[in-house]
Design a protein around this ligand. Structure first.
Ligand code: SF4
Length: 235
């Protein structure tokens, strides 16, 4: 190949031109295949939401203000799954928007990601009264919808936040302190159990728990091939 026709040099010239022109980022459009995948996952998620409807399948419907379906990228490689909505989430109809949600956002950012890159959902979609644990029958009624969301998103890895979420995903009771930090596989998807952000907030200012959660997230980053540059150590 002659150097005049070298596409790498052409690209370098073009990028140099953009930098000189004041551009600070280049948006690479999605391929046709990626666009199709995104729209098919989005359509599937919309269909699941329609199927859920104004759900009254379990007693948690009695006290809720809003169903908290979940949100994020329909083709996320990483999903975070928590236990259930709290008061803030119930009011807004969105997952992880209170103090625990702000900590989760910082955890996601520490991994080098934005909240919009991942998908966030809960095991039950309606707030348990007084923030009690959801009952097995409530989880049993709601879980098929979460399973359908997981199937349509098809993430490369799931982070289970807290004992209830991890136990529901693995289908058994768990002691989080015993199993955190190790990948478990369900239907071929690796699941990393770690602490729920609410638990981490309750444990402040003891940093041991956050440090352990960060170790868990670093393993997830490694699995996803995300670069680790020492960020997150001080969070
Ligand atoms: S928690 Fe799930 S199953 Fe129960 S009412 Fe809400 S959406 Fe329906």
């Amino acid at each position: 190949m002659s150097i005049q026709n070298d596409p790498i040099l052409d690209l370098r010239d073009y990028l140099g031109f953009l930098v000189n022109a004041g551009y600070t980022e280049v948006v690479i459009p999605k391929s046709e295949h990626e666009e199709k995948m995104t729209s098919s996952s989005r359509r599937e998620l919309e269909a699941i939401r329609v199927e859920l409807g104004d759900c009254r399948r379990c007693p948690l419907s009695n006290g809720r203000k809003n169903i908290v379906f979940g949100e994020g990228s329909p083709d996320a490689t990483l999903m975070f799954i928590g236990e259930g909505p709290g008061a803030d989430e119930d009011r807004e109809g969105r997952p992880f928007v209170g103090r625990a949600g702000q900590l989760l956002n910082r955890m996601i950012n520490a991994m080098g990601l934005e909240r919009s890159d991942v998908y966030i959902a809960n095991v039950v979609k309606c707030r348990p009264p007084s923030n009690r644990d959801p009952e097995p029958n409530e989880i049993g009624m709601c879980f098929p919808f979460l399973k359908a969301q997981i199937n349509s998103i098809s993430p490369e890895v799931i982070v289970g936040l807290g004992r209830i979420a991890v136990g529901s995903l693995l289908g058994r009771k768990v002691s989080l302190t015993k199993i955190r930090g190790t990948f478990y596989h369900v239907d071929g998807i690796p699941i990393m159990p770690t602490y729920h952000p609410s638990f981490l907030l309750r444990k402040e200012p003891d940093r041991r728990w956050k440090a352990e959660a960060w170790e868990d997230l670093k393993k997830v980053m490694s699995l996803l091939g995300l670069p680790f540059d020492g960020r997150g150590e001080s969070r």
